[in-house]
Design a protein around this ligand. Structure first.
Ligand SMILES: Nc1ncnc2c1ncn2[C@@H]1O[C@H](COP(=O)(O)OP(=O)(O)O)[C@@H](O)[C@H]1O
Ligand SMILES: [Mg+2]
Length: 421
């Protein structure tokens, strides 16, 4: 198959890598891709979605897979479908589950899907009044996309009120903050689950845990994610079943009733409180770096799963997973997450150790290629992934691989998957 992948991160690299490992041969295109994806296929530079759809048609692209949220929220799926193309991802309307927290919370409330008690409002007085009914900490969220920075966990009522005022005045997040959610704080442990959906049916992937903070022991600023592992032993069959019955099924049924059937990856942020899964939020695409550790755990065809999901035929296939574990450790540039870094050459040692060769690999993200040399380009540069029969084995292997990757200013956490060890 000829397949186009939208995005430029480690997430998209890992999807491509999984597809190229399948038995059948595929030809890959990326828009825009990164400095390493052009060794897996062809990087394109066509920013306009109509032009891109025309290119896809002219070049016989049979499937397009969308990695990041921005093109989804901008409606790329609707545009490709108008051109009669097969594309995996939610419509602009369905992508509101991520694009607007107000839409998402009201949807959860309407269909009685468990979530934190909340108010959505653009009135300062109403937000203050509701905050006064909660005990600290208090959670304040901006409505729109804020690049993972739109949520404030206020430690007391004064802090909550400052956050509310600054969001509603447009000072913190511009238009994305002109409506806010104020909600109760949930005390528990956090999980991510991913369901590949075709509007009616879905495949639930193994549950993952990520590591948002920059530094060991969950210290330092929030990042896009510094590592992840799956499956997590914190989830048993009973918890999976609760997530299926109480969250995923009613969400798919509800979105159909809303006239926006959900097709794509439903990423469920879950807080487990006293053994009960509560929905923190939805995203409408894979997490990064969660995708990098879930793709290598899939033993059946990844491209077929996405193709069947995009053509409403998921019910026809059986998706299989390995019974091993995967751990992914992110290596980031010197100034991440604050500012850009000077490009630095990446040197990866030759691998002689058989276990490292067989059970580890690298998913490349923030890299560029200049004259055949790979450079770390800032942000999250790459993810070292280890596979093993236990989390410890997978983690040891991932870190062995990290030891073979060098670039000036590289930084990484040393405690990925600590929750499970
Ligand atoms: N009600 C809540 N109780 C406790 N922690 C929360 C709550 N809502 C969000 N958080 C924390 O804040 C993080 C970010 O919130 P989330 O709703 O996922 O927004 P986003 O990912 O868009 O920034 C969550 O991963 C979680 O750690
Ligand atoms: Mg989140």
């Amino acid at each position: 198959m000829k397949i186009l992948i939208l995005g430029s991160g480690g997430r998209e690299y890992s999807i491509a890598r999984a597809i190229l490992n399948e038995k059948e041969a595929h030809e890959l295109f990326f828009m825009p891709g990164n400095g390493a994806t052009n060794s897996l296929g062809t990087n394109l530079n066509i920013k306009d979605y109509n032009d891109l759809a025309l290119y896809a048609k002219e070049n016989g692209i049979e499937l397009t897979i969308v990695g990041p949220e921005a093109p989804l929220v901008e409606g790329v799926v609707d545009i490709f479908k108008v051109h009669g193309l097969t594309i995996f991802g939610p419509s602009k309307e369905a992508a509101k589950l991520e694009g607007s927290k107000v839409y998402m919370k009201n949807f959860l409330a309407k269909y009685s899907i468990p979530t934190a008690r909340y108010i959505e409002t653009s009135s300062i007085e109403d937000a203050f009044k509701f905050a006064d009914t909660l005990s600290a900490p208090i959670v304040v969220k901006a409505d729109g996309l804020c690049g993972g920075k739109g949520v404030i966990i206020a430690q007391n009522h004064d802090e909550a009120k400052v956050a509310i005022s600054e969001m509603l005045s447009g000072k913190s997040f511009g238009d994305a903050g002109l409506k806010v959610i104020v909600e109760e704080f949930l005390d528990g442990y956090e999980l991510s689950m991913f369901a590949v959906c075709d509007g009616d049916d879905y495949i639930l992937l193994p549950a993952a845990q990520d590591h948002k903070r920059l530094k060991d022991n969950d210290e330092g600023p929030n990042t896009g994610g510094m590592g992840a592992y799956a499956p997590t032993p914190l989830v048993d069959e009973a918890l999976y079943q609760k997530v299926r019955d109480r969250i995923i099924r009613p969400t798919l049924d509800g979105m159909k009733k809303e006239g926006a059937p959900f097709e794509g990856v439903l990423f469920i942020g879950i807080m487990v409180v006293n053994g009960e899964p509560i929905t923190l939020e939805f995203n409408v695409r894979f997490g990064d770096p969660e995708c990098e550790i879930l793709m290598p755990l899939m033993t059946s065809s990844v491209s077929d799963m996405f193709y069947k999901a995009a053509t409403n035929r998921l019910g026809e296939i059986k998706v299989e997973f390995s019974n091993q574990y995967a751990v992914g450790v992110v290596m980031a540039s010197a100034n991440y997450p604050y500012s850009s870094s000077t490009p630095a050459e990446i040197i990866v040692d030759d691998v002689h150790h058989e276990a490292i060769q067989k059970y580890t690999h690298i998913s490349y993200a923030g890299v560029s290629m200049v004259d055949g040399v790979l450079y770390a380009d800032g942000g999250r540069v790459l993810v070292c992934v280890g596979i093993g029969d236990s989390i410890k084995e997978a983690r040891d292997r991932a870190y062995m691989r990290c030891g073979q990757v060098h670039f000036a200013g590289k930084k990484l956490r040393t405690d990925i998957a600590y929750q499970a060890l």
